[in-house]
Design a binder for this molecule. Structure first.
Ligand code: CO8
Length: 259
């Protein structure tokens, strides 16, 4: 029983939430109503103390085939500019807890951008990543050009954005776009397993780890190193630091209380 029309949500393991895009007739094309629901579900789980990590997935055939082209077709410049169309897509990057994308099938346009907004990407061998906007007279609008250039470099980002070619899971792994390719049919399980590992750690240090890695994409090296050190220092104010280091010294597993 999910309160969402285009999403399925569940808690498949302790500390783990699973959000499944469920608009099969349109290959999970990211209509505005669907995106509003993604943001709502992410917000729900970000504020749920029982959840420590979130997995985002689609179907076997499509993670998401992009923004909804039929919804966009008749929009005018005045419409999209006035309403800052797609502005709310970035909300996913404000989630404090780790979000793991489990990608099977098409991750195109906004779907590829959605995966790139997640913290970790795992892919099925069937995954196909692409920015095909060039084929429909536009360019990426959900951060694709910027995040792709950061993760795969200029030449590969240019190739993807300018030709629209789809990149296989294996190629995406080689390019450093994703963490790894797992066996077909297992990507959601593998993502839930990884989320469970993260959920077993202290939530404050997990949140801090996500925050400092993300800072690497925004700050200069010196600023980033200083930021990292200050956040590191701050963790000495937590019970989890005392517990973690005491447990190590006592040769026992830690019992983190997330405070
Ligand atoms: N928008 C709307 N409907 C779609 C979309 C889409 N992006 N993709 C697929 N569909 C629909 C099809 O129209 C079709 O509907 P119907 O049955 O009513 O005709 C249904 O899904 C099934 O699709 P196909 O019959 O085409 O399935 P195939 O297996 O033949 O082909 C493809 C699969 C190759 C994925 C093909 O559907 C395709 O090329 N889709 C479009 C891919 C694309 O161009 N995506 C980029 C969209 S633009 C974009 O994302 C801009 C990003 C803006 C910012 C986003 C912020 C994060």
């Amino acid at each position: 029983s999910t309160p969402y029309e285009f999403l399925l949500t569940s808690k498949p393991a302790p500390g783990v939430a699973l959000v499944t895009l469920n608009r099969p007739k349109a290959l999970n094309a990211l209509s505005s109503p669907l995106f509003i629901e993604i943001n709502a579900a992410m917000n729900e789980f970000d504020n749920d103390d029982d959840v420590k990590a979130i997995v985002l997935t689609g179907s076997e055939k499509a993670f998401a085939a992009g923004a909804d082209i039929k919804e966009m077709r008749d929009k005018t410049y005045a419409d999209v500019y006035k309403n800052n169309f797609l502005e709310n897509w970035g909300l996913l990057t404000k989630v404090r807890k780790p979000v793991i994308a489990a990608v099977s099938g098409y991750a195109l346009g906004g779907g590829c951008e959605l995966a790139l907004m997640c913290d970790i990407i795992l892919a099925s061998p069937t995954a196909k990543f692409g920015q095909p906007e060039i084929n429909i007279g536009v360019i990426p609008g959900g951060g694709g050009s910027q995040r792709l250039a950061q993760v795969v470099g200029k030449s590969r980002a240019m190739e993807m954005v300018l030709t629209g070619r789809m990149v296989s899971a294996e190629e995406a792994e080689r390019w450093g776009m994703i963490s790894r390719v797992v066996t077909e049919g297992s990507v959601v399980n593998e993502a839930v397993k990884m989320a469970s590992v993260i959920a077993s750690k202290g939530a404050l240090s997990v949140q801090a780890g996500k925050e400092v890695v993300n800072a690497a994409y925004e700050l200069t090296l010196n600023e980033g190193l200083r930021f990292e050190r200050r956040i590191f220092h701050g963790l000495f104010a937590t019970k989890d630091q005392k517990e973690g280091m005491t447990a190590f010294a006592e040769k026992r597993p830690p019992n983190f209380t997330h405070e």
